[in-house]
Design a protein around this ligand. Sequence first.
Ligand SMILES: [Zn+2]
Ligand SMILES: [Zn+2]
Length: 304
Amino acid sequence: MVKKQHMPAHECKRVHEMGFPLAGSCDYYHRMNMMRYAVLGSGSSGNSYVFFDGENAILVDCGFSLRELKKRLDNVGVPLEAVRKVFLTHLHPDHACGIGVLTRNLPVPLVVGREAVAGETVVWSKLRVPEKSVLLVSEGETVDVGEFSVWGFKTTHDSRGSMGWIIDHGRGSRFMVLTDTGAWTEDMAKEALSADVLFLEANYDERMLHCGPYPLRLQKRIEGAWGHLSNTQAFDFLRRSGHIVTTQNNLAPRERRVYFIHLSVVNNSPGLLAEQAGGQMWNMTSFTVCERGKIYSDELACPL
Ligand SMILES: [Zn+2]
Ligand SMILES: [Zn+2]
């Protein structure tokens, strides 16, 4: 867990009067041209990601209770009040279970795929999101939040209308969240080429899945086209999108970050994945293996 860094309001003011912003203060991100982002949690115990530019914050997924979400946001120094919109990848409970309470208690709109709402009517109605808080979007439709421009692309998963998200920021940084998909496409790899920070599913190791306790039917579901990405598929994606530089893709190395997310506790091991990644990610891309439920937070200097 990272240390709490959010400054109380009077501290922000005092530092502001001194003429320079203090690291981690509200003002700091804006004036120093920094962004804060965090994996608030990933995996079966809850998924949520936050992006904050000092003024506006957006969430991708809301798989925590409101109290837990607030605690986790506090932990990374992002005020809950700064959250302007929440974007959902799909309606499975580990991604969406907190959205009902959040939207019934706070004036935060939810952005969700039109196809997800139309295709998963029973699950959707159980979430009880107030109608006035819902913004339905299709693939490729851009939603602006302050300097953020966010748009979704289709993924293949056993929850209808599932999507991944591209988060572009006006100051020149790009984030991408690709999770809960049985397959990746060339189009996704093309978009990932320019991502500074990529959150990429690495759900299972094939050998662990095949030798593990899951019944055959469940194994087939996980490794099928509508299931999850394996470690091998994740590495193939990284090669294709230039995050792993090879003689084939011949791309100029530049600093990028990859967060491996949504690891299965039964069919994967953070140590094994780190070993596999370390063996091939020797270029400028740094990587972090996210253990289930843990928080990972960092800052990114905006290029513009
Ligand atoms: Zn799912
Ligand atoms: Zn999931």
